[in-house]
Design a binder for this molecule. Structure first.
Ligand SMILES: O=C(CO)[C@@H](O)[C@H](O)COP(=O)(O)O
Length: 220
């Protein structure tokens, strides 16, 4: 499975989002963090801005909903044209029903886990999802350092996905950089979200290529 790079626009210039989406045209996805100041202590953007981002982005959009009540709000992001919509296991009331609804609307369905959330209760549900997102920092802010203690969870998911013969992607998000991406890839991740590493780089296309090459060296 090849490595996919999804720069997080949380580290972009919010006054120049169209320009900064253009800057990551060589990436596989643009990762858009939706935060509601309830599920996480930060507030970013909602559907009206998201709909415009889908229209102007040169790459498909991967929505990460860090919001309360995703059962109510997530389908709107699929309807807006997100290629992938990921909601949090800790916030959803009926994760399987929601995942099925997202797929019905034409989006990939992702399930996100905070660093302290065990994957065990969700392993039997893997066929319902296209992606599991392992948060490698506490959700809410960019620029934090990668939590090494999440690596066993990535390995556990990779083993379960392989044993079941499924094509479920494993995404990591938080503190992903040239210094950490190989460990995440070696553990089993194949989709890499990077905010500050990409938008803080002097040459963004070069940084995307470097991250991809490092991850590909450990591709599963
Ligand atoms: O979801 C989040 C933060 O909650 C991320 O997508 C951040 O945007 C990642 O930023 P870096 O750790 O890569 O700077």
């Amino acid at each position: 499975m090849s490595a996919l790079i999804a720069p997080s626009i949380l580290s972009a210039d919010f006054a120049n989002l169209e320009r900064d989406l253009g800057a990551i045209a060589t990436a596989d996805y643009a990762h858009v963090d939706v935060m509601d100041n309830h599920f996480v202590p930060n507030l970013t953007l909602g559907l009206p801005i998201f709909e415009r981002l889908v229209q102007v982005s040169p790459v498909p959009i991967d929505a990460h909903l860090m919001i309360a009540d995703p059962d109510r709000w997530a389908p709107g992001y699929a309807e807006a044209g997100a290629a992938s919509v990921t909601f949090h296991a800790e916030a959803a009331t009926a994760p399987v029903r929601l995942a099925r609804e997202l797929r019905r609307l034409g989006s990939r369905a992702g399930l996100a886990l905070r660093p302290a959330t065990s994957v065990e209760p969700f392993l039997d549900l893997l066929p319902e999802f296209d992606m599991l997102l392992v948060m490698t920092v506490e959700p809410g802010f960019g620029g934090q350092s990668f939590i090494e203690g999440t690596l066993p969870k990535i390995r556990r998911i990779r083993d379960a996905v392989s044993e079941a013969g499924l094509d479920v992607w494993i995404q990591v998000d938080g503190g992903v950089s040239r210094a950490t991406i190989e460990r995440a890839a070696e553990a089993g991740a194949n989709v890499f979200v990077a905010g500050s590493a990409v938008y803080g780089a002097e040459n963004i296309p070069e940084e995307i290529a470097a991250l991809r090459a490092l991850a590909e060296g450990h591709a599963h």
